[in-house]
Design a protein around this ligand. Structure first.
Ligand SMILES: Nc1ncnc2c1ncn2[C@@H]1O[C@H](COP(=O)(O)OP(=O)(O)OP(=O)(O)O)[C@@H](O)[C@H]1O
Ligand SMILES: Nc1nc2c(ncn2[C@@H]2O[C@H](COP(=O)(O)O)[C@@H](O)[C@H]2O)c(=O)[nH]1
Length: 403
């Protein structure tokens, strides 16, 4: 709770309509009313003057609230516009920004935000970057230690380097000889990771074989930013948490042909001490049971013959012989003009340039179609579509999809 600049309060009492811009110390802000709360987006961020701040004026208590802000906070730019979508999220458009950075979503009452409010006991908002189109669902791969998850993932990434990206987990376990920090894992201190978990930076985390492991929201986001399909190698507890989150994914459980073969592989890998091997083997029994009965997994793979198992994995992921290994997911955006106005019709946001050329009819408006949004915090909001429309032409004849 806190005090906000008096003139904001006075301005807000005038009951501005949603999306209207106010100016504070040269800093542009947008206000959006959701129920009895007014979200003031922009102005001073409590974290940094370089990122977009959020404050909430609660009309029922007459108090200003500084919410816990989750997700990657967009950097402030040349100002922005905001529009309410579905009463639970606000679309924030950054003026004059680069094509891959102009659409952001501030979640104010989504399932994820409500869940986090309960956990953290504070007011919460969550940022999620808007991504055009639908990158395919992330893939969660689980299974007991030594079954061959890492081997299968390496094969996939080698064959389809531009299609898949690996979610680099955090762990408190010690680095193995060949591993690189930031590539195989982010190796971290327990106290640091616990603090980051508390701050809501993790999509999931679990204690596995005596160490803490977790997938940060950022680990998944950087893969989506690259236009790639994310692969997560996590244990069954983690898979269950992801299943309960808003991240829509495909869940695959990998089973060994027998416990004897699992032990053989784990020992042959030679990366664990005898004590650790014993621990991993005894945990494997419970994991296999849970993996086959929990209802978390969409598919089970038996990794007996590696090549056969890899073929089955590719089939599940829709990668047959004819799939072009070099296929890239290209997400093209548009340059958002700095000087624009926005209006909303159903789930379509019309962005019109405030330029003389437009008045003469020589420029197009941009249409953002938010009717098929998917995903959201933690992670990206996918499914935004972009069109251009010449306002001086009638009907759909004037709409061109950007490709
Ligand atoms: N089908 C297979 N047949 C024989 N050996 C295999 C097979 N699949 C993987 N292996 C070998 O088993 C060992 C363990 O595999 P890998 O490291 O990929 O397991 P993992 O499931 O990723 O384990 P962890 O969960 O501990 O990271 C490796 O030495 C690998 O080469
Ligand atoms: N819940 C999570 N489990 C994870 C994550 N990253 C890895 N793992 C699982 O841990 C074990 C052991 O891995 P190792 O590298 O020490 O052999 C393995 O089953 C992984 O799947 C994570 O981020 N979250």
């Amino acid at each position: 709770m806190g005090e906000a600049p008096v003139f904001f309060l006075d301005d807000l009492k005038k009951e501005f309509p949603n999306g209207v811009d106010l100016k504070s110390n040269g800093c542009e802000t947008a206000t959006i009313v959701v129920g009895n709360k007014t979200y003031l987006i922009g102005g001073n961020s409590t974290e940094s003057a370089l990122s977009i701040g959020v404050q909430i004026f609660d009309q029922s208590s007459g108090e200003w609230v500084y919410p816990t802000v989750l997700g990657t906070v967009p950097k402030s730019g040349k100002g922005f516009s905001a529009v309410l979508l579905n009463e639970d999220r606000i679309l924030v458009l950054k003026k004059g920004s680069t094509p891959d950075d102009f659409a952001w979503v501030l979640e104010v009452d989504t399932q994820y935000v409500r869940q986090q409010k309960k956990i953290l006991g504070t007011e919460v908002v969550a940022w999620s970057k808007g991504v055009r189109g639908n990158v395919k669902k992330p893939v969660v791969i689980s299974g007991p230690s030594g079954v061959g998850k890492g081997t299968l993932i390496s094969m996939l990434m080698k064959e389809f380097p531009s299609m898949f990206g690996f979610s680099v987990s955090h762990t408190t376990r010690a680095l193995r000889g060949v591993e690189k920090d930031g590539v195989h894992y982010h190796f971290t201190e327990k106290s640091v990771m616990e603090k980051e978990i508390k701050d809501g930076k993790f999509l999931e985390f679990a204690s596995v074989h005596g160490n803490l492991y977790g997938t940060s929201v950022e680990a998944v986001e950087v893969v989506a930013d690259d236009g790639k399909r994310c692969i997560l190698d996590i244990d069954v507890q983690g898979a269950r948490s992801v299943r309960a989150s808003s991240l829509e994914a495909i869940f695959i459980f990998v089973c060994p042909p027998s416990m004897e073969e699992l032990e053989k592989r784990l020992r042959a890998r030679g990366t664990e001490t005898e004590e650790q091997v014993e621990k991993r083997l005894s945990n494997a029994k419970a994991e296999i049971e849970q993996g086959q009965s929990s209802g978390v997994f969409d598919h089970t793979l038996y990794n007996d013959d590696l090549e056969e198992c890899y073929k089955s994995l590719k089939k599940i992921l829709g990668l047959d012989e004819s799939t072009d290994a070099a296929t890239e997911t290209v997400t093209k955006w548009v340059d958002l003009p700095a000087d624009h106005s926005i209006s909303k019709i159903d789930q379509k946001i019309i962005i019109s340039c405030r330029t003389p050329e437009l008045e003469k009819g020589s420029k197009d408006s941009i249409v953002l179609d938010a009717s098929s949004l998917k995903g959201g915090a933690p992670g990206r909001t996918r499914g935004l579509e972009v069109y251009t429309m010449n306002p001086f032409l009638d009907g759909l004849n004037g709409i061109n999809e950007l490709s």
